[in-house]
Design a protein around this ligand. Structure first.
Ligand SMILES: [Zn+2]
Length: 401
């Protein structure tokens, strides 16, 4: 029998390309399936500000910005923690009322979209809501000054649906030192220690992003539950005070906690941090000078032009820088202790390659490309935060106690 041979090398080339294309398509589909099946959790966003002060409807694709219900669905995001950020320079007796206003606005927005989103108080709530095909929204207070030094206020917020609290924002307050301010207590004082114990008792998740290193180590020593850093990076890659040292990452892992890797540009690379510092030296906060624009490159160009600086676009932090922080945190703390906490706000740009939560499948793809197993990707994309939420929120006493 005569075997017909391929007459030209072109034939082989076409066949080869076809096989490669088919392999690519099936691997693309496999990664998409992995992303859709994984629990995807972004542990920090300030959406409540837009809801209260800009009166925006989260069921619509919002002008500019990075997060709304259509974008969350597009990006396959199952859980979006929404922070109630309390201004640092309010009169001390106005902080709890701002927290109550933000909380009421978010609860109303969630209620108005109850066919698509639901408030999640516990880990089991999250599992139930996601299984029903809706997006779970845990609420978090950002800045412990919100409780105005009152454990009763803390209990009230928990009772109303807040499941975690970042102990400080950028200002040291009456019971805890912030990493961005002068220390007053050398970490936590007696009231701060009582707050940590009360959060343990209630089953509230303690968030140590923003606190000073001393506060962090005090919390680690006192807390009986795992704690989280909802939106932080790695100091080895960028020496910003908001990022965590290797020693802190190891202590967090030993505590059973999780770091949510932040996407905020100055936390990602030292080059951008330096440029940001120069921009701030130029004048008023640069991010307030530009209206929300989704096109990242246009935003950055305008921001830098506004500040009178020339910033080459190729120097912008990218999704690869986010993946570098994930890699480093995994290397030091272990794969069971890393998650996502983007903190993308409309007036602050996101890394190149992530326009908003709609682009989170790119993170799954990037992790796969770096050799992570499906099992480890599921942990990083949300499984680790779920473990902590279940452990902490389901062990607490009722807040009315
Ligand atoms: Zn923050």
């Amino acid at each position: 029998m005569k075997i017909r041979k391929c007459s030209t090398p072109l034939c082989c080339l076409v066949l080869g390309l076809l096989v490669m294309t088919m392999a690519c398509v099936s691997s693309k589909e496999r990664i998409e399936t992995l992303h859709r099946q994984a629990l995807v959790w972004d542990c920090h966003n300030d959406l409540s500000y837009r809801v209260l002060y800009e009166k925006l409807d989260i069921s619509q694709r919002l002008p500019g910005g990075h997060v709304d219900i259509p974008r969350l669905k597009e990006g396959g995001v199952d859980v979006q923690t929404v922070a109630l950020f309390i201004q640092n320079f309010l009169f001390p007796d106005r902080c709890a009322s701002q927290a109550r206003q933000l909380l009421a606005a978010m609860l109303k927005a969630i209620e108005q979209n109850s066919d698509q989103v639901e408030l999640a108080r516990t880990g089991s709530d999250i599992e139930r809501i996601v299984a029903a095909g809706r997006i779970a929204m845990p609420l978090a207070i950002e800045g412990g000054h919100a409780i105005e030094n009152s454990l009763e206020n803390l209990r009230e917020f928990h009772r109303l649906g807040v499941s975690s609290m970042t102990l400080t924002h950028n200002v040291t307050h009456d019971w805890a030192d912030s990493g961005a301010d002068e220390p007053r207590w050398g970490g936590l004082n007696q009231l701060g220690r009582d707050v940590v114990r009360e959060m343990n008792r209630l089953g509230m998740v303690i968030d140590i992003s923003h606190v000073s290193d001393e506060t962090f180590f005090d919390v680690i020593e006192i807390s009986e539950d795992p704690v989280i850093a909802s939106h932080s990076g790695c100091r080895t890659l960028n020496p910003h005070s908001r990022n965590m040292s290797n020693e802190m990452l190891r202590a967090l892992a030993e505590n059973g906690g999780v770091i949510g890797i932040v996407f905020v540009l100055p936390f990602l690379t030292p080059e951008y941090l330096e440029a940001m510092n120069e921009l701030e030296a130029v004048g008023s906060p640069w991010f307030q000078q530009v209206p929300p624009i989704e096109d990242l490159e246009l935003r950055i160009a305008m921001e830098h032009l506004n500040a009178g600086l020339n910033w080459p676009l190729e120097n912008l932090p990218t999704i690869e820088d986010v993946l570098n922080h994930i890699d480093h945190a995994v290397k030091i703390a272990g794969v069971d202790h890393v998650g996502l906490g983007a903190d993308m706000y409309p007036r602050t740009p996101s890394p190149v390659g992530i326009r908003g939560v709609q682009d989170y499948p790119h993170i799954t793809r990037g992790l796969k490309k770096r050799g992570y197993s499906d099992k480890d990707i599921r942990k990083i994309m949300g499984g680790n935060f779920l473990r902590v939420w279940k452990q902490v929120t389901e062990s607490g006493a009722p807040s009315s106690d």
